[in-house]
Design a protein around this ligand. Structure first.
Ligand SMILES: *[C@@H]1O[C@H](CO)[C@@H](O)[C@H](O)[C@H]1NC(C)=O
Ligand SMILES: *[C@@H]1O[C@H](CO)[C@@H](O)[C@H](O)[C@H]1NC(C)=O
Ligand SMILES: *[C@@H]1O[C@H](CO)[C@@H](O)[C@H](O)[C@H]1NC(C)=O
Ligand SMILES: *[C@@H]1O[C@H](CO)[C@@H](O)[C@H](O)[C@H]1NC(C)=O
Length: 537
């Protein structure tokens, strides 16, 4: 790297950090460390793969390429001091080693869909004042499908849509259980769990992971046999930020019929939407595993969307038997391949061509705030009535998503993976607010809608803890605080740890203690190491 740009970077960084951090002026040592970090990278990584604020247009283009929540590119969020667009596994190892050596933390981004932007932004510099770099894995996206063994290796930077497309191209009778948004990255999705339309039949993505390649905090590359079963357990649901960088995943593909059926039925309030939602709560979580029936409530309409692993005629009989009130007929059905069903859930239409699954810019850019709950008892009809009137009819009302559990989800033990939300949960409820206008007034209105409704729902959802799926990240639950040089276990446990992980939190912290005792991989909600006292049995 030439001398002049380096100097410019330093000036820029000093200025940026001073403005953002208020009274905490960074020491000269940390500025020098950043310089040394960048120098360390450049020994092994071509400079065209490293973007810093010294070249604002290419830095900004890479930063924004998958910054999926516009709230976290506003001026009050701190930006990475550099972004490394790794194209080889060795680049990841080098970045981790250089970061360790020079005290620069590394955040890892696959698809950039963390609801709170933690893969590319930091909102708590005022507490931690820690410079960080982003390791962008978007180019590490190879997918190898082995249809004969019903397995695939998929790199973390691939998207769900790319994996679905590759599986569909290899076989019409194989699928993979994962989420509905095609641009979500494999890395974050699988390491947080991975809920989707096949979960009732086959569990989460994480329940179908067979092996993985991980770079640990010392920059070593390990697979399942060399990492050991504790770390292999932790990366399948413990979140993508705490233990290392997962480069690649070996997954089990699952059998699906060559023809599956989808439908979308929309009902407004004057078409019994509220009665139907009330009934849905008792029906969807206990229906046969072949049926996934979710509800999206948007614009004062309830949209019932189904995936059925079978033909239309059988689905119609099932619906007639279990949910006749919905009035589903054969005209509502679309019989498609499984991969085409992923297009239906991704884009709410079956007519969109399969190649759109490969489009990394298919989802619009917006500001986002999401909160979520687990529902364990059906919510009474009169509660839905009053929520509908008081909240859903407001102009700033957002999207509600009701996603059924049950089926295999209920028979997997809550400690099998770090994802603890198994038996006893009827469905997940997301309050998903998105908006396109920049400005604090709009943002405050949208955010207070989400927070207000979430508060209102407290009596009707899971308690002690009020449980949340880690991939629906919510910084309102609380953020890490330091206890000496590492993040505090107790603070994390009571604020967000129990809510995301329940009884698995302590084991996650024990794994953290084993693989990253110095807490190199950390962010606002990373797993802390156990305090020394807790390690004595
Ligand atoms: C895992 O790595 C070990 C060496 O570290 C190697 O012997 C083994 O074949 C690898 N396993 C797989 C499944 O790649
Ligand atoms: C039902 O409500 C929708 C708006 O949600 C409205 O467009 C429609 O006209 C109403 N239909 C009847 C019969 O009232
Ligand atoms: C990707 O999707 C966006 C949004 O739908 C669209 O504007 C764009 O043309 C698509 N790109 C390609 C290559 O199809
Ligand atoms: C939003 O507004 C702020 C302050 O008015 C401005 O600095 C920022 O660049 C705007 N962001 C976008 C994405 O337009």
């Amino acid at each position: 790297m030439a001398r002049t740009p380096r100097t410019t970077i330093l000036h820029h960084l000093v200025l940026t950090l001073c403005i953002l951090s208020g009274q905490n002026t960074p020491s000269l040592a940390s500025t020098a460390a950043i310089d040394e970090f960048l120098g360390c990278l450049s020994a092994d990584i071509p400079s065209r793969l490293i973007q810093t604020p010294a070249t604002p247009s290419s830095y900004s283009a890479l930063l924004l390429s998958t910054a999926r929540n516009l709230r976290y590119i506003l001026p009050d969020t701190s930006k990475p001091l550099g972004i490394i667009a790794a194209t080889e596994h060795a680049h990841v190892q080098t970045t981790v080693r250089c970061g360790r050596r020079h005290g620069v933390r590394v955040r890892v981004r696959s698809g950039g869909h963390d609801y709170e932007g933690l893969s590319y932004a930091s909102v708590h510099l005022h507490k931690h004042n820690e410079p960080f770099a982003v390791l962008d894995l978007a180019t590490l996206r190879a997918i190898h499908v082995d249809p004969a063994r019903a397995e695939a290796w998929v790199e973390s930077g691939a998207t769900l849509g790319e994996l679905y497309y590759a599986v569909g191209a290899a076989s019409r009778s194989l699928g993979f259980p994962a989420g509905s948004c095609p641009t979500v990255g494999i890395g974050g999705h699988l390491s947080g769990g991975g809920f989707g339309s096949l979960a009732r039949k086959y569990g989460l993505s994480a329940d179908n992971v067979l092996d993985a390649l991980v770079v640990d905090a010392d920059g070593r590359l390990m697979n399942r046999s060399s990492m050991g079963e504790d770390l292999f357990w932790a990366i399948r649901g413990g979140g993508g930020e705490s233990f290392g960088v997962v480069l690649s995943w070996k997954v089990r593909l699952v059998p699906v019929p060559e023809t599956v059926t989808v439908f979308s039925i929309v009902r407004s309030r004057n078409q019994s939407a509220i009665e139907l939602i009330t009934k849905w709560q008792e029906m969807a979580p206990v229906s046969p595993q072949e049926l996934y029936l979710r509800v999206l409530v948007l614009n004062q309409q309830a949209n019932f969307q189904a995936l059925f692993l079978g033909r239309c005629g059988d689905l119609r009989r099932l619906m007639q038997d279990r949910f006749p009130e919905l009035g589903m007929t054969e005209q509502n059905c679309r019989e498609v391949s499984w991969v085409q069903s992923t297009v239906f859930f991704g884009f709410s239409a079956t007519s969109i061509p399969l190649v759109q699954l490969l489009n990394r810019s298919s989802n619009p850019r917006y500001y986002l705030k999401v909160k979520s709950d687990h529902v364990q008892e059906p919510i009474p009809r009169d509660v839905w009535e009053s929520i509908w009137t008081a909240w859903l009819e407001k102009p700033e009302a957002a999207l509600l998503m009701l996603d059924p559990y049950g089926g295999l989800m209920s028979s997997i033990s809550p400690s099998e993976t770090p994802f603890p939300h198994r038996q006893g949960n009827l469905y997940q409820l997301q309050y998903y607010s998105f908006w396109y206008e920049n400005g604090t007034a709009v943002a405050e209105k949208r955010m207070s809608w989400v927070r207000g409704l979430h508060k209102e729902m407290e009596p009707y959802v899971s308690k002690n803890p009020r449980a949340v799926y880690v991939n629906y990240r919510d910084l309102d639950l609380g953020t890490n605080e330091l206890d000496g040089d590492v993040t505090s276990y107790e603070k994390a446990r009571v604020s967000w740890g129990d809510k995301y992980f329940k009884g698995n939190f302590k084991r996650l912290a024990a794994v953290k203690t084993m693989v990253d005792p110095h807490d190199f991989f950390r962010n606002e909600q990373s797993i802390p190491p156990l305090p020394a006292a807790k390690m004595i049995p």
